[in-house]
Design a protein around this ligand. Structure first.
Ligand code: SAH
Length: 285
């Protein structure tokens, strides 16, 4: 544990009324991708527990000088919840800062339960997930009209077993967009599962390493057949999102089914159709 400051005196609380522990999504890496709300909470936090180097920057940049800051990387879940409960006993605002969005692969519930049991109020502030940041970095749309309208957030089985029916092969059978977390070192398993689910060797796959990190982001584009070797060549072994999707590369397609929302013939709540359907150019090249 790496505490930056000695605990300031408790001016805000009596032991009978604990402060709130805010689970804040710090975003994918770029400190500017935290929400305004998350930023405001850091600025008034009495204590911050952050999850490793990924989010330390935001914590140290905006926290008050007397804020107690600790890195959770060497703590067990029990130590983390004990730390959060102790800090909530003495400050009004305690922040648990997590990468991306706290609700994705973030041990949120494991930490909330002991706080609930201790009677400490909690709240969650969403964050920009690395899945969204990776799509943005690569200028890809995860959904595309008439191609796929579905996104699956998943991972391949590592030490954490996958529940029944959620093998990558089973999920890939939908041929929708797959955002695959925590799996860059298991790329062989990823491509084997896509192949077994009927994806062609030429199907595009993009890997984004450290999406949004200023100066460190890498984007590797390949196919089911080539992506593993390309990532190895680029020495990408951590902090990467694998996106497999029939939508990839659509920026360069010459025919595209346009979104109905902006279609001139489509009347919706905010706009009346202005062009008769027959006059519409469909799939403009
Ligand atoms: N809650 C986080 C995910 C934490 S799990 C979120 O919403 O993004 C950690 C995994 O997230 C990594 O193995 C990697 O797959 C992905 N990841 C986290 N930050 C990333 C980034 N900046 N670029 C690409 N992938 C990232």
């Amino acid at each position: 544990m790496n505490e930056r400051a000695i605990a300031p005196p408790d001016t805000l609380h009596s032991a009978s009324k604990p402060g709130t522990v805010w689970f804040v999504g710090a975003g994918p890496g770029d400190p500017e991708l935290i929400t305004v709300k998350g930023h405001g909470l850091i600025e008034r936090a009495g204590a911050i527990l952050f999850a490793g180097s990924l989010v330390s920057e935001a914590a140290t940049r905006w926290a008050p000088a007397d804020c107690v800051i600790a890195d959770s990387k060497d703590m067990t879940l029990e130590q983390m919840s004990a730390w959060l409960i102790a800090q909530a006993a003495r400050c009004e605002t305690v922040v648990r800062l997590q990468t991306g969005d706290p609700g994705l692969y973030g041990a949120l519930i494991e930490l909330v339960q002991p706080l609930d049991a201790a009677g400490v109020p909690i709240a969650v502030v969403p964050g920009v997930s690395s899945a969204m940041a990776s799509a943005a970095a690569a200028v890809e749309s995860l959904t595309l009209p008439e191609v796929t309208q579905t996104v699956i957030f998943t991972r391949v089985e590592g030490r954490t077993p996958m529940p029944e029916g959620e093998s990558l092969e089973a999920l890939a059978a939908h041929h929708s967009t797959l955002c695959i977390f925590l799996s860059i070192t298991l790329m062989g398993k990823v491509t084997a599962a896509l192949t077994a689910a009927g994806w062609s060797p030429d199907a595009p796959v993009v890997v984004v390493h450290k999406a949004s990190w200023p100066g460190e982001e890498k984007i590797v584009r390949g196919t089911v057949a080539t992506i593993q070797a390309l990532c190895r060549e680029a020495r990408i072994v951590s902090q990467s999102m694998i996106i497999a999707s029939p939508n990839l590369g659509a920026r360069h397609w010459t025919t595209l089914a346009k979104s109905k929302l902006y279609d001139a013939s489509f009347t919706h709540r905010f706009r009346r159709a202005s062009v008769p359907v027959d006059h519409l150019l469909q799939d403009t090249p």
